[in-house]
Design a protein around this ligand. Structure first.
Ligand code: ATP
Length: 831
């Protein structure tokens, strides 16, 4: 058995057992040695010097090693920052270097585990058939449309967010919160000492005890310095907690938002649960939530501790009756304030939304500045922005107006009525001696002789007064924090909504409401399958549907589409504008759902898989190298062992060989979307395909701005690399590079399609049919021309008749016309 249990031990346990045994043996040996031959003073000194020297040497060596490591880190950091790159750990972590002062700071980011997201779903995903204000916590998470306020839903939302920011007891955040608590308790303790010292100083002053008075002042200053340190530490730790919370939440949200479930696309285009502005949620709302939840800990925690401590102290000096009356008055006023408090949570949440809308308009203008400038559309944008700002301003002003009345009441109750109550309670034993028996006499008063009696009473009064002021202060801070709490409810609701919506997108949790049919082609009516892992591209009876935001149903463009592309079958997808060509690409890429039927495509995206080149060229922020290897990063490039010489070859293949020298090297960073011309941007797009060498490439109008000779070269180059092309274009000239055509938008209602092999009899027949239709139309041209001439003639006659009629009318109104024309002339001459 024993042998078995040793076998089951972990290496750690075995090591510690071994260590214990050797340590015990060494200690016994030393003990015996010392007893046998006690060490002389000289030997002891020698041994101590040796130990010290060894410690110094080991310490210096350790320090040197740390210095070397830091230096190496700095050098790597500089190099990687220049290349816009990082390091990847074996455990999936990423190490990035951020410029900091003149050096760099190393940050290691560990991805959130998938199981964490699964576990959190039960906290964030509510069933969709519960709406409105009523919320039963037994039924799970609250619905997203519940009004923010101080209720059970808020408690659930707040605790759910807390489980993200403080994931375990041993996390860094727990340490910070504990330290913060220690300093808060320390501050309360210091307040108690200050209250007592205050009484003593006044007592000594009145009694004329100079020495004791000076000693009191010295103590006061000493405590003051400790208090100042405590106060600044509380503020510092609060800021640290806020930043720690923000880091956790931001990383968590980024992992959900930017993962392979394409939440960054689906959130705005399909779900719509957070409107248009996830950016506002992630930046401002998150910061406000973290700031106010970190402040809440001190704004509620500290007054709470104060309330208990000061109440306890007052109980000892004033007795139960006085304390009960004090507390009753506090409780009554607190209830009154709570009842009269406006819904700050809801108001704050709405303010956040309006801020987001205003910010989104500005962001949109920046993104489309060139287009707006070409149209000279500043005026219209101005009106839109002014309108949005006015809405925001009106809302904020309303909040301030609502606050005035509440602030007056709050100020009066908390600052003045509570202190008055305190004075009355302390004076009761003085003015109503009958009550004196109910209040215990402090020991200091009982023990002192008659001469010192009044001094002791004064000291007691001053101490009590300070305690009471502190108590009122703690109570008022408690009440103020109820308002903070309501505002926190608003921020919490915003952040919770974002994370819930992200979880909904992530888990594709669009269950139809119970007892109801989902709307046709809504997100809860997805019955098709997207199969990843097929060596080709295939659609079987898939409807092409332009989706609407959840829970509405989408619009059907093509009822059922079926075709298949095998490797080497280059396909050209054509059709009129708006017929659904790009929509098809979106379905293939998995951006839009396969509502019915089966969509099959390769598993991987990129190398040996499928790659999509969107209609609008996208250039990422980063170096020139990053533009070509996108969506890979420099780390991926290094990992795959590819070189910059290959990069140059690819650029030459797309006729951009000059780019590296023109822009100043691969590490140059610029706003590439402004630097490159339209054709250059599209060629950079093609260079990405040539770099990644996927098996299938879907190119949506990817060469529309490229001259046709270069276009041909690009196509031939891609085909030579073994890439099967699926081109979406209206350019007939591209047919020669493809084997198949898929024409959409045919038929009376533009919802039919035709899939043909180029060069076959049926394809020729189809082209000839098109030609015949064109010829027929051309034959009618002469007839249309003569009809047009006839209509022109008739219109001419009608306008002549109209002019005669106007002249007649003009004669009657001639004075005003004359006046108008003189004004125009004078205005013209003035300009
Ligand atoms: N995100 C979207 N949400 C809803 N409807 C959309 C969305 N994008 C496009 N549509 C609609 O789907 C229809 C097809 O659009 P699609 O972009 O597929 O056309 P297309 O054939 O590629 O046209 P073009 O030749 O102009 O690029 C259009 O009527 C368009 O209004």
């Amino acid at each position: 058995m024993a042998a078995q249990s040793t076998l089951r031990q972990t290496p750690n346990q075995r090591f510690s057992q071994l260590f214990d045994t050797f340590y015990a043996r060494l200690a016994a040996r030393l003990d015996a040695y010392q007893r046998r031959a006690p060490l002389s003073k000289r030997t002891t000194r020698l041994l101590a010097t040796l130990a010290l020297s060894l410690t110094i040497i080991a310490g210096s060596y350790g320090g040197y090693k740390v210095y070397r490591r830091r230096k190496a880190d700095r050098e790597i950091g500089h190099r990687l920052v220049r290349k816009n790159s990082g390091l990847r750990g074996k455990d999936g972590s990423r190490t990035i270097f951020v410029p900091y002062k003149d050096s760099t700071s190393k940050v290691t980011i560990y991805p959130v585990k998938k199981t964490t997201f699964d576990a959190h779903r039960r906290l964030f995903l509510s069933s969709s058939d519960r709406h409105g204000d009523r919320y039963d916590p037994a039924l799970g998470p609250p619905p997203l449309d519940i009004k923010p306020g101080l209720n059970v839903a808020f408690l659930h939302q707040f605790l759910s967010l807390m489980s993200i920011v403080v994931p375990r007891w041993r996390s860094k955040e727990t340490g910070l919160l504990c330290m913060h608590a220690v300093f808060l308790l320390g501050r309360t303790y210091l307040s108690l000492i200050v209250a007592r010292l205050d009484g003593e100083i006044v007592r000594d002053l009145v009694a004329g005890k100079g020495k004791a008075f000076l000693l009191g002042i010295a103590k006061w200053l000493a405590i003051g310095s400790v208090s100042s340190y405590t106060n600044s530490m509380i503020k510092y730790l609060q800021a640290k907690i806020s930043i720690a919370f923000r880091t956790r939440l931001t990383r968590y949200i980024h992992d959900l938002y930017l993962g392979d479930k394409l939440a960054y696309y689906k959130l705005h285009n399909l779900d719509g649960g957070v409107g248009q502005g996830a950016d506002q949620f992630i930046t401002q709302d998150l910061t406000l939530f973290c700031d106010s939840s970190a402040a809440l800990y001190s704004s509620i925690g500290k007054p709470l501790v104060d309330l208990f401590t000061f109440n306890y102290q007052l109980y000892h000096s004033l007795g139960p009756l006085a304390l009960t009356s004090l507390l009753t008055s506090y409780f009554a006023t607190a209830t009154l304030l709570r009842k009269l408090s406006p819904p700050f949570g809801k108001l704050k949440a709405m303010e956040g939304r309006k801020e987001g809308e205003f910010r989104a308009l500005h962001a949109r203008l920046i993104a489309n500045a060139e287009e707006v400038a070409f149209y000279n559309g500043g005026g219209t944008e101005h009106i839109l922005l002014d309108k949005s700002f006015k809405e925001l301003r009106t809302w904020v002003q309303n909040i301030y107006k609502i606050r005035i009345g509440y602030n007056i009441l709050e100020d009066f109750v908390l600052k003045y009525s509570w202190s008055a109550c305190g004075y009355i309670v302390t004076s009761l034993p003085v003015f109503m001696p009958a009550l004196q028996d109910l209040t215990p006499k402090p020991k200091s008063i009982i023990a002192t002789p008659d001469a010192d009696h009044s001094q002791a009473r004064m000291r007691q009064f001053i101490t009590n007064k300070r305690l009471m002021l502190n108590l009122a202060d703690a109570g008022s801070r408690m009440m103020y924090s109820i308002k903070d709490l309501s505002e926190l409810a608003g921020h919490t609701s915003r952040v919770y909504t974002l994370i819930s919506t992200l979880h909904r997108v992530h888990a594709n949790a669009y269950t139809p409401p119970r007892w109801q049919h989902p709307e046709l082609y809504s997100l809860s009516d997805v019955q098709g399958t997207l199969h990843r892992g097929f060596d080709g591209v295939r659609l079987e009876d898939v409807p092409v549907v332009a989706p609407s935001l959840y829970p509405m149903g989408g619009e059907e463009l093509i009822a059922e589409l079926s075709f298949a592309v095998q490797p080497g079958d280059h396909l050209l997808i054509t059709g009129p504008n708006g017929s659904g060509k790009s929509s098809l690409a979106r379905i293939l890429a998995g951006l839009w759902p396969t509502y019915r039927g089966l969509t099959s495509r390769p598993r991987q995206q990129g190398q040996d898989g499928i790659m999509f080149l969107p209609q609008r060229p996208y250039l990422s922020p980063g170096t020139l190298r990053d533009q070509i290897i996108y969506p890979h990063t420099e780390v991926d490039m290094r990992d795959s062992g590819r070189t910059e010489a290959e990069l140059q070859t690819v650029l030459e293949e797309v006729r951009l060989g000059y780019l590296r020298d023109r822009e100043g090297g691969w590490d140059t960073r610029k706003e590439w979307k402004d630097v490159l011309s339209g054709g250059e941007k599209q060629r950079v797009g093609i260079s990405r395909i040539l770099w990644h060498e996927p098996r299938f490439a879907v190119i949506d109008e990817g060469t529309s701005a490229v001259s046709s000779d270069v276009e041909g070269l690009l196509y031939e180059r891609a085909k030579a690399k073994g890439i099967t092309l699926i081109t979406i274009s209206t350019r007939a000239s591209l047919r020669r590079y493809h084997n198949f055509t898929l024409t959409l938008g045919l038929g009376e209602e533009a919802n039919e399609y035709e899939f043909l092999r180029i060069g076959t009899a049926s394809e020729k027949a189809s082209v000839e049919k098109e030609l015949a239709e064109l010829r027929e139309k051309m034959g009618k041209v002469e007839g249309w021309k003569s009809r047009k001439a006839e209509i022109d003639r008739e219109l001419g006659l009608m306008s002549q008749m109209g002019a005669v009629g106007e002249e007649e009318e003009g004669e009657v109104e001639s004075p005003s016309v004359e006046q108008g024309s003189t004004e125009e002339v004078s205005a013209d001459s003035a300009t």
